[in-house]
Design a protein around this ligand. Structure first.
Ligand code: LLP
Length: 440
């Protein structure tokens, strides 16, 4: 299929996509991240390669900090979005806390120089071993997700003769209007405790000696592009705060979770500062504006700070479609296969194109039809060209796998003109290190 597209259409695609990436731009016909040309990075470090802009991460963080100016707020980066040590280090040095969901994530926080006291531990299935590890490290708060977990935590803390700081995650039953796999605050979800049960469970917790109630939390979903679900959830949570405190259980902090979306494909989420200006109006009106506030943003801090650089291996005309086969795959960029997610794909050196635009499905080398990175993309490419998959800072490397015994990609952190290799490319030897042949 030779569906030729005009160069204007190609330019329109590029121009529309890059504004969401504040420190990624074309300069003299070459894609640059901060002051570094992507093509030079490919030359030095190979592809696929994740490239992160430190300035972009810090500017995303600054939007939250502006939103909370003058308030008592703690930002806990939800590190599941990108848990690479070099990324955690940026947020640890900026004074952030971390939202973790496993003992492994806690070890990463500590390895990156983070402060355990600013760690909150979320997740529906914490093990006793993870509870012990977190209590030993002295984390700031356990976000407890069920009555059963509360009892186990009390037992574990009691046996260690320590007190566990707890918050209970309540499910506000608000529709965040996002993909069903990443919506978490509805009644049918496995997360949190039901609104109607919250007071009873708080009362139960207040009778457990090894626990100290410090807060309440919620998280309604991810890639939320509208402030309405946040405002609704805030109302529901504040209703509960009033009820719980009226029952004589004080709450030091209120944690509103994460979830703010980014621009993947003409999405228009509010900026973090604008969102929080709006939310704080409600919080003030209801008399909770001076309370300690916590949030757990992940995607909005790192998503558009990262791109994945990839090389075109082959182009292949098909009977119904053209295929552009790249060296990155679903094991590196799992979001399209998992959620039919859209990631913009742009040329790294558009000036070198041959005026031969075609409509392509951009696919990886993995042996699955689900291994696609973009459908129906207008590209002017030939083997050896470099492409950049945008919005790849969140939920890409942290969800990457070794499927097809593909080594995970290398990662670099750009800081102005400085390039820091923060993860070397994984080898087959790395992957086989923990395996052995059976003794015959
Ligand atoms: N807090 C809790 C309790 C969470 O479960 C999550 C994300 C966050 C905070 C951070 O949410 P964010 O600000 O990043 O939206 N893999 C999916 C996203 C899964 C989100 C899971 N929970 C994706 O690639 O879209």
């Amino acid at each position: 299929m030779n569906t030729a597209i005009s160069p204007q259409a190609l330019l329109a695609v590029d121009a529309a996509m890059l504004p969401g990436h504040p420190f990624t731009a074309y300069r003299e016909g070459a894609l640059c991240i901060e002051n570094v040309a992507a093509a030079d990075l490919a030359q030095t470090h190979g592809t696929p390669l994740f490239i992160y802009s430190k300035a972009a991460m810090l500017s995303a963080l600054a939007a939250y900090q502006r939103g909370f100016a003058g308030r008592h707020a703690q930002i806990c980066y939800a590190m599941k979005a990108n848990s690479s040590l070099g990324v955690l280090q940026v947020f640890a040095q900026a004074g952030c806390g971390f939202d973790i969901v496993s003992g492994g994530e806690l070890e990463r926080v500590i390895a990156a120089g983070g402060d355990a006291r600013k760690v909150i531990f979320s997740g529906v299935g914490k093990t006793r071993a993870e509870m012990r590890q977190a209590l030993k490290a002295g984390i700031g708060c356990f976000n407890v997700e069920s009555e059963a977990e509360l009892d186990v935590l009390a037992e574990v803390a009691g046996a260690m003769a320590v007190t566990a700081p707890v918050s209970i995650r309540v499910n506000p039953n608000v529709d965040p209007k996002t993909h069903p796999y990443i919506s978490t605050g509805l009644k049918g979800n496995k997360f949190g405790v039901a609104h109607e049960d919250a007071l009873r469970i708080y009362t139960h917790a207040s009778n457990l000696k090894a626990l100290r109630i410090v807060g309440i939390d919620c998280h309604i979903g991810s890639q939320i592009t509208d402030s309405t679900p946040y405002l609704d959830a805030m109302d529901r949570v504040l209703d509960l705060v009033a009820e719980i405190e009226a029952a004589g259980i004080p709450l030091e902090h209120i944690d509103f979770g994460g979830g703010l979306g980014i621009n993947y494909n003409h999405d228009t989420p509010p900026e973090a500062d604008a969102l929080w200006r709006e939310l704080l109006v409600k919080l003030d009106a209801r008399g909770y504006g001076q309370r300690k506030l916590m949030i757990e943003p992940g995607r909005s801090l790192v998503g558009n700070a990262g791109v994945c650089l990839t090389e075109v291996l082959y182009t292949k005309p098909g009977e119904q479609k053209n295929f552009c086969i790249i060296d990155a795959a679903m094991n590196d960029l799992p979001r399209p296969a998992m959620y039919q997610a859209f990631h913009a794909i742009v040329p790294v050196q558009p000036g070198r194109s041959a005026g031969n635009e075609r409509l392509y499905d951009v696919v990886g080398p993995v042996c699955e039809s689900g291994d696609w990175i973009g459908h129906d993309r207008v590209l002017d490419v030939k083997a050896g060209d470099l492409l950049a998959v945008l919005s790849a800072g969140a939920y890409c490397m942290s969800m990457a796998s070794n499927y097809n015994t593909r080594g995970r990609a290398a990662e670099v952190l750009i800081d102005g003109s400085a390039v820091h290799l923060i993860r070397r490319r994984e080898t087959a030897q790395d992957q086989m290190r923990h395996e052995q042949l059976a003794a015959n």
